[in-house]
Ligand binder design. Structure first.
Ligand code: FES
Length: 246
């Protein structure tokens, strides 16, 4: 969602991208979790019922649960949990089991469990060891890679690179055969076999216009540049170009 404040000059003159953390369709409400450091937070916190804003969205391509997924693994760090909210709600509502692995610098920066559904398995890693596993959240992933049918990572480039690198070796470690599904064109089988990537990622990227026009959000894709605001922010890991050294 992209926000612009309506009000006195200087209130929130530029649009701000804000992830939707939850959706209540019956009540027509969306939930936003913003860090105190975000420029939009003070302005939004001052709003009262009846105040006007000028949001546009939802923008881009959302995360999707694969039909065959029974166990969904979420990997996040710091404040990158909110974009996973609607996917988590949808997975739990449809009877899937969901585990969230979260990394943070210390216990003080761990996402509050009170903001997460009770049904979620929540495992924490902190760099200083003040809560949960001491070290990186990526250390926790191998214990879940056989359990999870699908994984989604949300966070900065360093985390996503490491998880993508790990995911590339998953099939070989688990002995998964590359059977995939045959694709059909005009009712005829083409013989081409495709396989969905186990891992999807949500990119944290500053966006400008958020409408696909300014090209300020372009990142390297596997088949050429892609716009995070239009083709993303959710991508299958095999749609992006990753550093080989990760
Ligand atoms: S922010 Fe302008 S093209 Fe994506």
């Amino acid at each position: 969602m992209h926000f612009r404040g309506l009000g006195p000059p200087g209130s929130l003159p530029l649009r701000r991208p804000v992830a939707i953390a939850g959706i209540d369709r019956k009540r027509g409400e969306v939930t936003l979790h913003l860090p105190s450091t975000d420029a939009a937070t003070p302005w939004l916190a001052m709003r009262r019922a009846g105040d006007r804003a000028d949001p546009i969205g939802p923008l881009g391509r959302p995360l999707a649960i694969e039909p065959r997924t029974h166990h969904l693994l979420l990997i996040a760090e710091g404040l990158s949990v909110p974009p996973l909210g609607p996917l988590t709600e949808a997975a739990i509502a449809t009877g899937r089991r969901v585990a969230l692995l979260l990394g943070a610098r210390s216990a003080a920066e761990v996402y509050p469990s009170s903001l997460l559904p009770d049904e979620l398995e929540y495992v924490v890693a902190t760099q200083d060891g003040s809560l949960g596993h001491r070290g990186s959240v990526v250390d926790l992933v191998p214990a879940y890679e056989a359990w999870a049918d699908q994984a989604v990572a949300s966070g900065g480039p360093a985390l996503l690179e490491r998880v993508a690198h790990l995911a590339r070796g998953r099939d070989a470690r688990l002995g998964v055969a590359c059977l995939g599904r045959r694709t059909a064109r005009r009712g005829r089988r083409t013989g081409r076999v495709t396989r969905r990537s186990w891992l999807s990622v949500v990119l944290e990227q500053r966006v400008g216009c958020a409408l696909g026009v300014c090209l300020g959000c372009v990142v390297p894709g596997a088949s050429g540049p892609v716009r995070v605001c239009r083709e993303g922010p959710a991508f299958r890991a095999d749609e992006l170009a990753w550093e080989e050294s990760a």
